[in-house]
Design a protein around this ligand. Structure first.
Ligand code: NAD
Ligand code: UDP
Ligand code: UDP
Length: 327
């Protein structure tokens, strides 16, 4: 099994599940946002191999299945070098599709709810075409992922390639990068440090948060599904919360003294997001089972362990710009 982006948050959990199932796994990653720490427990494992490689360059290996996850996922990271972000999505998809075509093997794409942009339809079903700004600060990611989906479906139609496209909604859990600026990691780190919790806007925007174990279960079911199931298929937890509710829940679970402060809302920040997962339920028999509270307890324990072992950085964003402050 080839997992691109395997040193990242989702990729490393996927690799654990594949290794547990007895597969040989090749992880390809350029370590832009991923880290060897996420895979340290597999060092020396006979079924595991790591290759430092950038997917925007061709890759000639022999594998049976490909999970294409390589791409920075948090706004602060994908906006750091937006041209490279688009290249990773588009050139990376072409190279991995070319590899899959040569090997005639199944390939799964980690797409995103961002293909729906700031949605005017709620909740989002797979047949909604989206409402995406093509020239804004989020476009390198959103349009890159949309173009990757186009490539996947053209390789499928033109070359009969067996494809699987997953549209992932906000997912959280252990091994998220503590400084990636995403809402769950930011709020937990701030709560643990007793720092103010930075609510962008008034916190009334909504997101639906899926625990990582549920998401990986969805990946595996999608890859194992029959050739008629190409996707795109939404994977996420349909329980929707406001960002303010999330902040209050994290303060409660950490017992933190942190206060909530409002900061400017980033440009093009989607107002609401909730997956319609009827398709995943129907064709994959998949349903997320971990509650937000249970998932947050595990995630908080992970970040508390990190914070006690080494200095961490908390990311603070103002408007559409970003800055990282070491604490
Ligand atoms: P992550 O940043 O932790 O992992 C991405 C990995 O890709 C990192 O290890 C990084 O080093 C690697 N990478 C980046 N550019 C690369 C390149 N050019 N060549 C090789 N490796 C490269 O992010 P994640 O949350 O684990 O996301 C994994 C995938 O899932 C991404 O494609 C992301 O777009 C998608 N996704 C994630 C979420 C989420 O909520 N976590 C939501 C929607 C989509
Ligand atoms: N490719 C790769 N590994 C392979 C086969 C192809 O990385 O095993 C890359 C190569 O860079 C190629 C791209 O995938 O340009 C697309 O391949 P395809 O066969 O679809 O088209 P080509 O560009 O070769 O006409
Ligand atoms: N957010 C926030 N404070 C933070 C980080 C994020 O209020 O410290 C908000 C952000 O504006 C967005 C939501 O939380 O409305 C989710 O942000 P994230 O970057 O995690 O994911 P995405 O916007 O890609 O869904």
């Amino acid at each position: 099994m080839l997992v691109t982006g395997g040193a990242g948050f989702l990729g490393s959990h996927l690799i654990d599940r594949l290794i547990d199932a007895g597969h040989d796994v090749l992880c390809v990653d350029n370590l832009f946002t991923g880290t060897r720490d996420n895979l340290a427990h597999l060092h020396g494992h006979p079924n595991f191999e790591f290759l430092r490689h950038d997917v925007t360059f061709p890759l000639y290996v022999e594998v049976d299945e490909i999970y294409n996850l390589a791409c920075p996922a948090s706004p602060i990271h994908y906006q750091h070098d937006p041209v490279q972000t688009t290249k990773t999505s588009v050139h990376g998809a072409i190279n991995m599709l070319g590899l899959a075509k040569r090997l005639n093997c199944k390939i799964l794409q980690a797409s995103t709810s961002e293909v729906y942009g700031d949605p005017s339809v709620h909740p989002q079903r797979e047949d909604y075409w989206g409402h995406v700004n093509p020239i804004g600060p989020r476009s390198c990611y959103d349009e890159g992922k949309r173009c990757a989906e186009t490539l996947f479906f053209d390789y499928h139609r033109q070359h009969r390639l067996p494809i699987k496209v997953a549209r992932i909604f906000n997912t959280y859990g252990p091994r998220m990068h503590p400084a990636d600026g995403r809402v769950v990691s930011n709020f937990i780190m701030q709560a643990l440090e007793g720092e103010p919790i930075t609510l962008y806007g008034d916190g009334s925007q909504t997101r639906s948060f899926c625990y990582v174990d549920d998401l990986i279960d969805g990946f595996l079911r999608l890859m194992d599904s029959g050739p008629e199931v190409t996707g795109p298929v939404n994977l996420g937890n349909p329980r929707e919360f406001t960002v303010r509710q999330l902040a209050e829940k994290i303060i409660e679970l950490t017992g933190s003294r942190s206060t909530i402060v409002e900061a400017p809302l980033p440009q093009d920040d989607p107002r609401q997001r909730q997956p319609d997962i009827s398709l995943a339920r129907q064709v994959l028999g998949w349903n997320p089972t971990v509650s937000l509270e249970d998932g947050l307890v595990t995630t908080i324990a992970y970040f508390a362990g990190l914070a006690s072992n080494r200095p961490v950085a908390v990311t603070k964003r103002t408007g559409s710009s970003a800055a990282t402050a070491a604490i």
